[in-house]
Design a protein around this ligand. Structure first.
Ligand code: GLN
Length: 275
């Protein structure tokens, strides 16, 4: 079977299964199996797959027809130019979260706390961009912490990054001049409307705290003052309709400067709070 034949058959299977970006996903999955780039595939339409590659590709396409996210099938995802391991125990790093990174990097920092670190993509990106900084990533999920530790080692950041299994601040000690989080914020009602890729394959605990989707921000606002250095900032991802509620919690907790920033689509995405 050639590259062109493999792609044609995969696209048909994915379309039949209702996968929306069939052609793109078929290329990404084949590129992974052949250890090549999508561009290479375009230029090598007549190259034949080995038997092992063909078997692997068929299995990966079957997984994708079950709506398993591409990043989980290939086990990785690019975020801010670096590669992160992704499993079913971690939220798939999303491009809109790069907006949080861009805002967090606008000011210097030396000690970072990332609450609900998942793959570690936020903490590790911030530390890679600031080699003089160090930080702590927490997660309630031990499996997620293992993935974050793997990513820290793979990126050569284990001297800068520590990790702890913790329910928000429960196991956190010390003071931080940057506290970041992309907590679960989808409401219980919205969970039902998510794409099957998200609904069936990503950890619910990383997506939704249930109810109005805001309980993680209440928990963070309640205790963040005990861990934030005097000139420190809190930078959090939010859902598009949550800016007013989240800034309200932080103002009630004594933060005088609260700002909501939009993402590249113009939807509210990040809240910054400072004293
Ligand atoms: N941004 C994610 C989504 O829309 C949700 C992530 C989160 O709850 N922090 O699927």
């Amino acid at each position: 079977m050639t590259v062109a034949e493999a792609l044609r058959s995969a696209v048909m299977q994915l379309k039949t299964a209702g996968v929306s970006n069939a052609a793109n996903d078929a290329r990404r999955l084949l590129a992974h199996v052949m250890d090549a780039s999508s561009e290479w595939l375009l230029l090598h339409a007549d190259t034949r797959l080995s038997h092992a590659q063909q078997c692997q590709y068929e299995a990966d396409i079957v997984a994708r027809t079950a709506h398993r996210p591409v990043s989980q099938i290939i086990g990785k995802r690019m975020f801010w130019g670096r590669q992160f391991r992704v499993t079913e125990d971690t939220l798939d790093p999303r491009p809109e979260t790069e907006c949080l990174i861009e805002i967090a990097l606008r000011k210097p920092f030396s000690r970072v706390l990332d609450l609900g670190t998942g793959t570690g993509c936020i903490l590790l990106t911030l530390l890679a961009e600031n080699p003089g900084a160090s930080g702590l990533g927490t997660d309630l999920s031990a499996a997620a912490i293992s993935v974050a530790q793997f990513n820290a080692a793979a990126l050569g950041l284990d001297a800068q990054a520590g990790f702890a299994i913790s329910d928000w601040f429960d196991r956190v000690e010390g003071s931080f001049d940057l506290i970041v989080s992309n907590p679960p914020y989808i409401t219980a009602d919205e969970m039902a409307d998510l794409a099957p890729e998200v609904q069936n394959w990503e950890p619910h605990m990383a997506l939704s705290p249930g109810g109005d989707g805001l309980s993680a921000y209440r928990r963070i606002a309640d205790r963040v003052g005990d861990f934030l250095a005097p000139e420190g900032r809190v930078v959090m991802e939010i859902g598009p309709a949550q800016g007013a509620a989240v800034t309200g919690y932080f103002r009630a907790a004594g933060f005088t400067q609260t700002t909501v920033f939009p993402d590249l689509d113009g939807r509210d995405r990040v809240v910054v709070a400072a004293h």
